[in-house]
Design a protein around this ligand. Sequence first.
Ligand SMILES: [Zn+2]
Length: 264
Amino acid sequence: MASSGTIKHLWALDAPMLKVDKSIMILGAGGELVSLPSPSFLIEHAEHGLLIFDTGLAGAGDPASTYGPLAELFAIEFPAERALDRQLESLGFSTADVERVVISHLHFDHTGGLEHFAGAQGYIGSGELRYARTPDNHVKGFFRQEDLDAADRIDWCEVPAGYDHDVFGDGSVVVLSLPGHTPGSLGLKLRLPDGSTLVLSGDVAHIQDNISCCVGMPADSDTVGAIESLKKLKLLRSQPNTTVVVNHDIDDWNRLRANGRQVV
Ligand SMILES: [Zn+2]
């Protein structure tokens, strides 16, 4: 099979925004409030249609009714027009057109839109579903039961730790195994139409400093595993013609979104 395929389009959809103390994002930092996008990426492949990577939050228009005190704690900003279904409609698609969903992990700020994709083929890291149902105590609040119920309605392919999965067999979309933040954390490697490579980190990194310093965050399920995954991202970042975008990094987000939703 040829390994020289590219994606056709990439959209970084209008994201809900949160505010968190930097201590949540990297061990040893703190005392600084940082804006954090909670993005979803829509990818179009010429032959294989639409794939979405992560689904952001639920409760567009009224996040307080969905997340209660968390909405205020994280200063969640999520206007109604940023709901995934409305954004897809504005691009001329419907949620039913999305044939595949890749979830970086099951924390609530990635799973809020899973309810829209019950008919899609899912890709999830091995061990993630089990961990979400019986998480470590210090991250229990990061999983939302309604999202896990929505996850149960998706037909998941489990991507084993240590294995990177070439979704279409042409090198255009590769699911990266990046365990450590959670047992099944994933990233996504895309080959763009100009031949360059764009890596979406998922949450094993929350800011570029996680990668530069190979230091994770307090919420990681496996600190040593996270360091190994950060080393992998650092190696990828060092390759020519390759950009690693950290999903929650506000500077990366602003660069990626410099021309609006459509990246390519
Ligand atoms: Zn997370």
